[in-house]
Ligand binder design. Structure first.
Ligand SMILES: Nc1ncnc2c1ncn2[C@@H]1O[C@H](COP(=O)(O)OP(=O)(O)OP(=O)(O)O)[C@@H](O)[C@H]1O
Length: 250
């Protein structure tokens, strides 16, 4: 029990009678890379939205680090260490990479306005921003405007701005969407690296990436858990195979 960082019990979401998520019991182990997969419309994004409290649950409970967060304010969920990246772009195109990361670093401290006003603190923030840019391999481009980055490097920047919040759990929403072959490999390596000492829960359609990165995979279909376990186990499951048949992502 103690190594479970996220748990849902009977988590349910219906949209005017349409059950998008139908009573899911999910357990995410602390320190693991856990993937949520399934055909289109399976309910993956809805689960993410419920966990981060972007959407209110219709039923069931959500626990984070042993505390119930089913009705917690989304900003507080993020502050308590569960942060979502990707899909919602968190970068400012006209600002340099350094400034993008510096702004992200200031986010958790917005209440303590005076903290970052002094020059020294600003210098500290840039120092930390440089470390994070280095961690994601973007040092060479740190003075470039975010708008001028390639698509793959924008993803790396988004990882840096997410890491700026020092999350215990990173929720990655389709990190490989729209990326070419080389970028996929680069971002997969980055995810492996930044996952050290953290928990990663990701929704991802690229099954090769899922197979390479994940410790545990939960397969959703029509709002229910169809199978769960390491890749070899879920990939051999006949129900999983038939759920993917005819899917664009099979
Ligand atoms: N705001 C909403 N109002 C009504 N129906 C919704 C809403 N959001 C999602 N749904 C429906 O809930 C179901 C699950 O959607 P969801 O986006 O969670 O699936 P998904 O597994 O993330 O799919 P994809 O792989 O295509 O992103 C779909 O049938 C979708 O049409």
């Amino acid at each position: 029990m103690t190594d479970t960082i996220i748990e849902t019990r009977g988590l349910t979401k219906d949209f005017r009678g349409f059950v998008a998520v139908g009573g899911i019991d999910l357990k995410v182990r602390k320190g693991s890379i856990h993937a949520l997969i399934g055909p289109n419309g399976a309910g993956k994004s809805t689960v993410f939205n419920l966990l981060t409290r972007f959407l209110p649950a219709s039923g069931g409970k959500i626990f984070f680090k042993g505390e119930e967060i089913t009705r917690r304010d989304p900003a507080l969920v993020a502050q308590s260490g569960m942060v979502r990246s990707f899909q919602i772009s968190s970068t400012f195109p006209a600002f340099s990479l350094r400034d993008n990361v510096r702004i992200a670093l200031q986010r958790p401290r917005q209440l303590s306005y005076h903290f970052w006003r002094s020059d020294k603190t600003l210098a500290d923030l840039y120092g930390r921003a440089d470390e994070l840019l280095d961690a994601v391999g973007l040092t060479r481009w740190r003075d470039l405007r975010a708008a001028d980055l390639s698509y793959g490097r924008k993803r790396a920047l988004e990882l840096a701005t997410t890491l700026a919040l020092d999350p215990e759990v990173m929720l990655l929403d389709e990190p490989m969407a729209g990326l070419g072959h080389e970028d996929i490999e680069r971002i997969a390596n980055l995810i492996r690296k930044v996952a050290i000492g953290r928990t990663v829960l990701m929704v991802e359609h690229n099954l090769k990436v899922v197979a390479d990165l994940s410790d545990t995979i939960t397969v959703l279909a029509r709002g229910k858990i169809l199978a769960e376990g390491p890749y070899a186990v879920v990939a051999a499951n006949p129900e999983v195979r038939s759920a993917y048949m005819g899917s664009a992502h099979a």
